[in-house]
Design a protein around this ligand. Structure first.
Ligand code: GLN
Length: 459
């Protein structure tokens, strides 16, 4: 379905989306909250259309919102107990812009608490299930948003991507997932994970819809000083001629069906006259280690605001202010949140700052430079998104390092601030979805979206 193609009334569209949301909820646990009131907004839009009023580009289009976006509709929980009961007075800029064009939020989707994770199993409310196999993970952290689109509940969903949280669940569920250039979309009103790598983006069924959504949501925002001037609407897509592939990613640790899917695509592109450039990017091997130092450092700082005084949950068991902080945080955070707070405090502590944080920051610079060099040789890079297709529920949850390793191919982009787009790339023999990731230089988002449309035709 093309989201701009309004052939049904808003009420019909929203009613259908809500019916599907309820139908799938028990089996897949896509949503933390379903917004049954959405129907009222749809009625309003239909009335405005009937009166001949100008309605927006997305009038009546239902969408799903990752539960780490703030808005007064429903509780904004980030799937963590510590934010349970939190009704935000703030509306995220991305949400405001979508709603100004008439889009209607039909539910808040499940995630790993505070977006820490790669499977949505770290949610306080339990995991979301994969759209093709309910014994497998949805991917994460935006698992609910990916599955909402994959099951056809909504034509698009909002997510956040700090280290792969849009691209990896998109690939695990056979949908498109765009992490734009850092700063393309305002982060205002989104629960902060790691402010230097957090990006807002979308899941869709079609590449073309990403273009429409970027046109609506991207742009500078005075409430987020890291937003870039409006480059998306003003940029033109570059014609891609040279496609880079990363040699170091073609190794035994990567699932063979993923490597075959990449080879197939590359083979077809070559046959169609594209030049394939083999890249050596040795600094990328530092990306995962650097990410798991820099991100926890920022997490520990961003999560310090949750103290049981200002937002959501407060421990009932406290006889002093110190105990109130301690017990609220102990009870309200998930184990993975606490792990990151501890790692973050450790790598920032005076004795270890030079050995860990500073080194990681230097590795980050090497990675940024390496992408810059790579894009002198090619227009885009095509790589796997993750080393494996959707894994089994429970398979990695007790082994944080195994879980972190799943992020090895997605985190380098966030460290460098470059955009990445997951494109569906067929299925495994057992029917699981496969995806590949298009990577471009900063501000090449439009090129990626246009080239994704080309890849749609390249089987
Ligand atoms: N899986 C990565 C992590 O756990 C990425 C999470 C994200 O992008 N929010 O840090």
């Amino acid at each position: 379905m093309k989201i701009a193609n309004r052939e049904q009334s808003a009420v019909e569209l929203v009613r259908e989306a809500l019916a599907k949301a309820h139908e799938y909820q028990d089996e897949y646990h896509v949503f933390n909250w379903i917004n049954d009131d959405a129907i009222r907004k749809a009625e309003e839009i239909d009335q405005r259309i009937a009166q001949g009023e100008e309605v927006g580009k997305l009038a009546g289009v239902p969408y799903a919102l990752k539960d780490n976006f703030l808005s007064p509709e429903g509780e904004s929980t980030a799937s963590a107990l510590i934010l349970e009961g939190f009704n935000s007075p703030v509306t995220a800029t991305a949400v405001k812009k979508l709603e100004a064009e008439g889009a209607i939020m039909i539910g808040r989707t499940n995630l790993d608490a505070f977006a820490h994770g790669s499977s949505t199993e770290n949610s306080y409310y339990g995991p979301t299930k994969n759209s093709k196999d309910v014994e497998r993970v949805a991917g994460g952290s935006s698992g609910g948003s990916a599955v909402a689109v994959a099951l056809g509940i909504v034509p698009f969903a909002l997510g956040t991507d700090t280290g792969g949280s849009i691209r990896q669940p998109a690939s695990f569920n056979g949908v498109y997932g765009l992490k734009p250039t850092y700063g393309a979309i305002s982060r205002y009103g989104v629960v902060a994970m790691a402010s230097s790598t957090d990006c807002i983006g979308f899941f869709t069924h079609e590449a073309e819809d990403l273009d429409l959504l970027m046109g609506v949501v991207a742009g500078q925002d005075k409430n987020d000083q890291t937003t870039l001037p409006d480059f998306y609407r003003e940029s033109t897509a570059k014609t891609v001629k040279k496609v880079g592939i990363i040699k170091d990613f073609d190794n035994e640790a990567v699932n063979s069906e993923i490597r075959e899917a990449l080879k197939r695509k590359i083979g077809t592109l070559k046959a169609q006259g594209y030049e394939i450039i083999e890249l050596e990017m040795p600094a990328l091997k530092y990306a995962l280690a650097a990410y798991y130092i820099i991100v926890p450092a920022e997490v520990s700082s961003n999560l310090s605001r949750h103290d049981g005084v200002r937002y959501g949950y407060r421990s009932a068991d406290a006889s002093s202010l110190g105990e109130l902080y301690e017990n609220t945080r102990n009870e309200g955070f998930m184990p993975e949140n606490k792990r990151r707070i501890m790692i973050g405090n450790f790598v920032l502590s005076s004795g270890f700052y030079d050995a860990y944080y500073l080194k990681a920051a230097k590795a980050r610079t090497l990675i940024i430079n390496e992408y810059a060099k790579a894009f002198e040789k090619c227009d885009v890079i095509l790589t796997p998104v993750a080393p494996n297709p959707a894994f089994k529920l429970g398979e990695k949850i007790n082994d944080p390092v195994a879980m972190y390793l799943e992020d090895v191919m997605s985190v380098p982009l966030n460290l460098a601030g470059v955009p990445g787009l997951t494109v569906p790339a067929g299925k495994t023999k057992s029917g699981l979805d496969l995806g590949l990731q298009l990577v471009g230089p900063r501000r090449s988002d439009r090129t990626l979206v246009e080239f994704a449309k080309v890849l749609e035709e390249v089987k």
